[in-house]
Write a protein that binds this ligand. Structure first.
Ligand SMILES: NC(=O)c1ccc[n+]([C@@H]2O[C@H](COP(=O)([O-])OP(=O)(O)OC[C@H]3O[C@@H](n4cnc5c(N)ncnc54)[C@H](OP(=O)(O)O)[C@@H]3O)[C@@H](O)[C@H]2O)c1
Length: 429
């Protein structure tokens, strides 16, 4: 047998992802060595609590000195699975300064500091690998960076958060209301005790920033992403969407406009049932890429979980090891600050429900308000109630957000309008 080259890994963190990473390296090392000639081995793991048992990890390789680990001369690559931002950023920068590539799954860190971290890695001539940071178990970051580099990508839409996709699937398929779906997600371990990062759209927002940066080559940061969560979605909204031929998904949408500006947003979205993203159920994730030549490309898989995340990080570690052996690295190039288009200037089709008096002339009055703001109605349904009121459900053609919001404000002023109800963007028709 040919001799293999030893590659020594230092792992920061040994929780859900770190433990799976160590286990997977142990399992896959012989096969990886057979295929690549590289013998990957975890030599040290940094944690906070040295007394905790870590399944499949030798206690002798634990340390609570993460700063020393990133600078250990006999460690080749740092695998960052500890999360957090400020302290972790320091450690990652120290690893680069010590000439070590870093593999990370840390979306918060990247969504805030990606340009600085890539510049620092480039200066050191080493890799920053981030496949697991977005939709963890889907191997699409490398596809976006490398396979699709010849493609002008115009839009990427993703179901980027498994918790909310699970909840919306439960609401759609089993008629659960929001609270029931959240309680079930928490019981199954899909949602944290404090679910804000997931249901509020913030987790997906960090991922959208990373996708936009990689897809468009401009530095889009977490704060550039317009974020709305799913907290206001009711069983009624889900039923209405279904009746009209749509499902509601929390989508991250990043777009490049003809003027070179970019837009990044996360919000609940009505997606036609025949769109590929509509069939992504439960806690699965998917990323749907649109470009001029490739047309549509979709990636589907497990967006979280120890093993799927670790699987992508093992792939990243092998990639970083191969580059390290060859003395080369994969850079992102110049990342100018993004020219970000405000949500007010973005166009979408909209769904809107309005409760109004069921009287002659009311419909014309409402339609007039849409017309005054240049918002064109694509379809309308009316459902009469016994109390003399009517629920009107509209789907508009594409309209600029600012014009649509002005329409809502004026509708709210009409005497005949009792309530302006749920508003959702409609994408993918
Ligand atoms: N879980 C997933 O499905 C998933 C998917 C994609 C990406 N990610 C990302 O992967 C990262 C890790 O997630 P996780 O779920 O594995 O987290 P976790 O279970 O909470 O594990 C974090 C680990 O880091 C250690 N740690 C935290 N702060 C530390 C410090 N200052 N010094 C030394 N060790 C420290 C903890 O040590 P103790 O054990 O001693 O407390 C723990 O072992 C996060 O960035 C997360 O966003 C996770």
């Amino acid at each position: 047998m040919e001799e293999t080259q030893s590659v020594r890994l230092g792992v920061l963190g040994c929780g859900t992802v770190g433990t799976s990473f160590c286990q997977l390296i142990n399992e896959r090392a012989p096969e990886i060595a057979r295929r690549t000639g590289l013998s990957l081995e975890v030599v040290q793991v940094a944690v906070r609590d040295m007394t905790k048992t870590r399944d499949g990890v030798d206690p002798a390789i634990l340390t609570n000195d993460s700063a020393a680990l990133v600078e250990r001369p006999d460690v080749d690559i740092i695998i960052e699975t500890m999360g957090g931002v400020d302290h972790t950023r320091e450690l990652v920068l120290r690893a680069f300064a010590a000439g070590k590539p870093v593999v990370t799954a840390n979306k918060e860190l990247l969504a805030l500091h990606m340009p600085e971290l890539f510049a620092s890695a480039a200066e050191a001539g080493v890799d920053l690998e981030l496949e697991a940071s977005v939709a963890a178990g889907l191997p699409f970051i490398r596809a976006l960076r490398e396979s699709l580099i010849g493609e002008e990508i115009t839009r990427v839409m993703g179901i980027l958060n498994g918790t909310t996709n699970y909840m919306l699937s439960q609401m759609t398929e089993n008629g659960a209301d929001y609270d029931e779906a959240l309680a079930e997600a928490q019981q199954l371990g899909f949602a944290e005790a404090d679910p804000t990062a997931d249901v509020g759209g913030f987790d997906a927002g960090s991922k959208a920033a990373i996708i936009a940066t990689l897809a468009f080559g401009q530095a889009v940061r977490a704060g550039d992403v317009h974020i709305e969560g799913i907290e206001s979605i009711t069983a009624d909204d889900i039923a209405n969407a279904q009746r009209l031929g749509y499902v509601i998904k929390l989508l991250g949408v990043v777009e490049k406009n003809a003027d070179g500006s970019v837009a990044a947003r996360v919000h609940p979205t009505m997606v036609p049932v025949d769109h590929p993203l509509a069939s992504v159920r439960d806690s699965f994730n998917a990323v749907f890429v649109e470009g001029g030549g490739v047309d549509q490309v979709m990636f589907y898989g497990r967006g979280a979980g120890g093993h799927p995340t670790a699987a992508m990080m093992v792939g990243d570690a092998v990639n970083a090891a191969i580059n390290l052996q060859s003395g080369c690295n994969n850079e992102l190039g110049q990342l100018p600050a993004a020219n970000v288009r405000s949500i007010d200037d973005i166009s979408s089709a909209f769904y809107l429900s309005v409760d109004a008096n069921d009287q002659p002339g009311v419909l014309a009055e409402i339609a007039g308000v849409f017309g005054n703001h240049g918002v064109s109605i694509g379809s309308m349904e009316q459902e009469n109630a016994d109390d003399g009121s009517a629920r009107l459900v509209f789907i508009t053609h594409e309209a600029v957000e600012r014009d649509f919001r002005s329409t809502l404000a004026d509708l709210d002023q009409l005497d005949a309008v009792k309530t302006v109800g749920q508003v959702l963007r409609v994408i993918g028709s």
